[in-house]
Design a protein. Structure first.
Lengths: 179, 497
């Protein structure tokens, strides 16, 4: 292989940035090797059980998986440097011709985390409604007359179905205490 | 005769009012999910896993099977009317179906697809009834080494047959296996990857992993690349077929299942390969070669029939061996685990009500689906107009409900989001999701069988290969591994020779 195989080539900053963007998949290799190291360390620092029978104990599989992760990370890095690219997944509503819209993803993540924090103090009906409305808003829906109504009805219905019909308890929160 | 009696008992189970209701709900949900863009049957079953906490198993599996079959019916509607297939298995339906719709023959395309699904599902399910008990009988005394061999086969098949890159498939599998390791070791109670956290000591619930990878990952991925103007579906009337169309398609409907069923039963990616094979076969056999690419009705009928039959084939491997060959089967396997039921050869002996009720409900579901889809297709097509923000907000909402219902813990929602972000990254960099899910679901079980097998043989590795069954399975696995190499050698040999 005569393609670039080592590190970042000596090039102006702009070119270096595009090189990094083209090879962002190397980040996956880094994550995989970190995960592999983590699994290996955890397995090797495990207290050895004396009563173990046979050659395969609680350590064996984690060691194999951890080592496998390291090997795969290396193989993937070689593949990426040789020009291999993972194909981004298509779909009915997916338009890959435009760059990723990170703002929406961040907003959705934030809305999701916010609702997760609210679910215990505020109760599921409130947190769930906020999750739906917030997510719809992040995805570009601006119907302030219709969106909150749909969110509230969906959340309350789900609460009643799960809590009262299926017997899966969800926190009602102060609102359900009042009702 | 024994099988027929069991099937009759199954109909007794499936035709009780409550179970009929679950079947109807399943096929309705399934069709809606198939029509809706962005939701596949695997995500739908994953989102519905929490109902297993409140529902008895027979009803839940009747509903899940209805969703699986229903989504096959609904999926072709999207392909034909919108030309943007959501799943690889539906690509073929768009190739001839969409040109038909554009030239005003959408009603015929929908009818050919719906009847094709009915024929394929019916033939496939009859084959399931005929074959499954035999397979279960043959496999009934398989032990730990054999189970381990089957799981190794599943791991290798899912990483090397599917997708374009084996390295990426393996990376995904290892991520899944890692997630499956978290928690207490099942045999010694040793803590693994818990980092001293009590919450992690219970392990990460399969529901959370499945919902995170399929639902949250998908919703975030679509959100990052949301098509600003969704395509407008082609308006269509009630599906019907003229006599000429029937003359052209009836053989295709019957040929499809012969291709679809065997491919569904082996770990080769479900409906994707058989639909393409059926398409190629129909094209070669067609008496109207000029129509192809412009809307040949056989090109809709054959592949759709193959797709439904492959779903029946999938159920054979899942019920008799516990081997999931598609994403839906993997999630259904997770549901079995939620109930503490181990699918496998003994399932037919231990849970006859469940198995035969489920199989009988497939016949019921198929009739319901045909009745629902032929007259109501224009109504279903209206679902394509749902505003996308509501659709994906709804997916996030139900994903959160499902994960929270697992244990009522906020931390589960955070884990769900993290796994969702992993799923997002996997979609971005072409790591297939299915190997990870199979790894989480089968990984812990495979480890247990491995250790059990080695305990029986007192530590000797030969204990893993001392049954003919295990040796056969390993041979198949080895063949899968070297297959690309052999093919490369063969083409090279031909080129030089």
């Amino acid at each position: 292989m005569t393609t670039r195989t080592t590190g970042i080539p000596p090039a102006p900053a702009g070119e270096r940035r595009t090189w990094l963007r083209d090879h962002s998949e190397l980040g996956v290799c880094v994550l995989l090797s970190v995960l592999g190291a983590l699994v290996l360390t955890d397995a090797l620092t495990m207290d050895v059980d004396i009563t173990q029978r046979g050659p395969v104990g609680p350590k064996t599989v984690p060691v194999v998986v951890g080592a496998g992760l390291l090997v795969i990370a290396a193989l993937l890095a070689v593949d990426v440097l040789r020009g291999g690219r993972g194909e981004a997944e298509g779909g009915e509503d997916v338009d890959l011709s435009e760059p990723a819209d990170w703002r929406t993803v961040l907003l959705l993540t934030g809305v999701f985390l916010g609702s997760a924090v609210l679910i215990e103090p505020a109760g599921f009906p409130v947190a769930g409604a906020l999750l739906f409305w917030g997510a719809a808003f992040a995805l570009g829906s601006r119907r302030t007359d219709r969106d909150p109504l749909i969110a509230a009805v969906l959340s309350l219905t789900t609460y009643v179905v799960f809590n009262n019909l299926l017997g899966v308890p969800l926190p009602g929160g102060p609102l359900m205490g009042v009702l | 005769m024994d099988t027929l009696n069991s099937l009759m008992d199954g109909f007794g189970t499936a035709l009780t009012p409550v179970n009929l209701l679950w079947a109807a709900l399943g096929v309705l949900l399934g069709t809606a999910i198939g029509v809706l863009p962005g939701i596949g049957p695997a995500m739908a079953v994953a989102l519905l896993l929490p109902v297993t906490y409140g529902l008895e198993p027979v009803g839940a599996f009747i509903m899940f099977a209805g969703i699986y079959y229903g989504a096959m019916f609904g999926g072709s509607t999207t392909s034909i009317l919108l030309n943007t297939p959501g799943e690889s298995a539906a690509v073929v339906a768009a190739m001839e179906g969409n040109p038909m719709a554009k030239s005003g023959r959408g009603a015929q395309a929908l009818a050919a697809a719906a009847i094709g699904h009915f024929a394929g599902g019916l033939i496939g399910t009859v084959l399931l009834v005929a074959l499954a008990p035999t397979v279960a009988d043959l496999a009934v005394d398989i032990g730990a080494p054999d189970y381990f061999a089957i799981m190794v086969l599943a791991f290798i098949a899912v990483t090397s047959v599917l997708g374009s890159s084996r390295i990426r498939g393996l990376a995904s599998l290892l991520i899944g296996l890692t997630l499956g390791l978290v928690g207490l070791d099942q045999m010694t109670g040793q803590q693994r990857l818990t980092f001293g956290s009590l919450q992690l000591a219970d392990g990460i619930d399969v529901v959370i992993v499945a919902v995170g990878l399929f639902a949250i990952g998908e919703a975030l991925w679509v959100a990052a690349h949301l098509r600003r103007r969704p395509g407008a579906p082609i308006p269509v009337g009630r599906p019907w077929l003229g006599r000429d169309d029937v003359r052209r398609t009836w053989k295709s409907w019957l040929r499809g299942p012969l291709i679809g069923f065997p491919f569904g039963a082996i770990p080769a990616g479900g409906a994707e390969i058989p639909t393409f094979l059926s398409y190629a076969t129909e094209k070669r056999l067609s008496k109207h070669p000029d129509d192809w690419g412009k809307g040949a009705i056989e090109g809709v009928a054959g592949p759709e029939s193959a797709a439904s039959a492959s779903a029946a084939g999938t159920l054979v491997s899942m019920l008799t061996l516990g081997l999931p060959t598609t994403a839906v089967a993997a999630v259904m396997l997770a549901a079995f685990q939620q109930y503490g039921i181990q699918p496998g050869p003994l399932l037919f002996e231990r849970e006859p009500d469940l198995v035969w009720g489920l199989i009988a409900s497939l016949f019921v579901g198929m009739v319901l689906l045909l009745a629902l889809n032929l007259p109501l297709a224009p109504v279903w097509a209206k679902l394509l107009r749902i505003p996308r923000p509501y659709l994906y907000a709804g997916i996030l909402f139900f994903a959160a409900v499902g994960a929270y219902a697992v244990g009522g813990e906020t931390v589960d929602l955070v884990i769900l989001l993290i796994i969702g972000l992993i799923g997002f990254g996997m979609r971005r960099y072409g790591l297939p999701v299915l190997p990870a899910v199979i790894g989480v679901i089968l990984g812990p079980n495979a480890e247990q069988q491995l250790r059990r097998a080695l305990q029986i043989s007192d530590g000797s590795v030969t204990g893993l290969v001392d049954t003919p069954f295990a040796v056969t399975v390993y041979a198949v696995t080895a063949l899968l591994l070297v297959w690309p190499l052999l093919r490369k050698l063969a083409t090279r040999g031909r080129r030089t020779g």
